[in-house]
Design a binder for this molecule. Structure first.
Ligand SMILES: [Zn+2]
Length: 295
């Protein structure tokens, strides 16, 4: 399968260029869009990749000779925030990813909430406008089909009379183009309302907003933050610390890598909740620690 071959090829390339001895590699973490059965490492369903029941962990393990863990990509970001990011000391928090897709990682009482079948957090597919625009998932009126990057670009393209790329969209926002700012602000307000409802439902202490959509800046993000503060039940919104995470694409890689550390530190006796050791520039300390606990 092409994806497995590509992952194997790139993993070997990273090992070669980093000059890490294979015997020192603890494992491979894979973050994927979709519903993931983590126990078996099978992608049950991904509309983005058009996959159904695709085995990932098994074939990769056989090819690389290393342990492999697979998890939903938004969930890996939540785990990374807990272990090496803004949520080190948080117990209940949300990571909201904005961009092509709209996703939500939910951490409750320091544990990732995955749902009964590993499909929790498909926040972008809540129907908020029945009969609205068609979503990539095949249904109509999903949040993602209204405020995802594709929807925003489509609306701006209609106004400009040509296909507006991601870079052009960003440029138009930076230039304060009135039509574009109107579309982006409106998307931010709609998304903010949905996020406020989730905050009312789950009462998190921290909300981390990340993903490529954050590049649209204050025009998109301010209405989201304002809605969280103004549209939540009672004073819940004012008790939520909102952080914008500016990690680039590396965040997804850090998230996937954290899966390996998380599994290894779940060994009996490991103080995996200790926040002090999980600062990003102490990763070498962590790696040595993991090595010493290896069984
Ligand atoms: Zn959908």
């Amino acid at each position: 399968m092409a994806a497995i071959e590509a992952i194997e090829r790139e993993t070997r390339k990273v090992l070669r260029t980093s000059k890490v001895v294979p015997s020192k590699v603890l494992g491979v973490g894979v973050g994927l869009s979709g519903v993931i059965e983590t126990g078996t490492g099978v992608c049950k369903f991904s509309h983005l990749l058009q996959w159904n029941d695709v085995e990932i962990a098994g074939p990769l393990r056989d090819r690389l000779g290393l342990p492999v863990w697979v998890e939903n990509d938004v969930n890996t970001l939540a785990v990374a925030e807990k272990w090496a990011g803004d949520a080190l000391v948080a117990s209940d928090f949300l990571t909201l990813t904005v961009g092509r897709g709209i996703g939500l990682g939910i951490v409750v009482n320091r544990s990732l909430y995955r749902g009964a079948h590993g499909a929790s957090g498909e926040f972008g597919h809540m129907i908020v406008e029945p009969g609205g625009p068609r979503c990539e998932c095949g249904r109509f009126g999903c949040l993602e089909a209204l405020v995802g990057e594709g929807a925003i670009r489509r609306r701006v393209s209609e106004r400009k009379g040509h296909d507006v790329s991601r870079d052009e969209l960003r440029l138009l926002v930076e230039m304060q183009d009135t039509e574009t700012v109107g579309v982006v602000e409106s998307a931010g307000r709609k998304l903010g309302m949905a996020v406020a409802n989730v905050v009312t439902l789950l009462n998190p202490e921290l909300l981390i907003i990340c993903g490529e959509g954050t590049a649209l800046g204050a025009v998109f993000l301010d209405p989201i933050v304002a809605a969280v503060h103004d549209q939540t039940f009672a004073d819940l919104g004012n008790d939520v610390d909102v952080k914008i995470q500016t990690w680039g694409d590396e965040a997804w890689a850090v998230g996937a890598a954290t899966l390996v550390l998380r599994e290894l530190f779940n060994l009996p006796g490991a103080d995996y909740r200790s926040p002090a050791i999980w600062h990003r520039d102490q990763v070498d300390v962590v790696a040595r620690e993991v090595e010493s606990r290896r069984v």
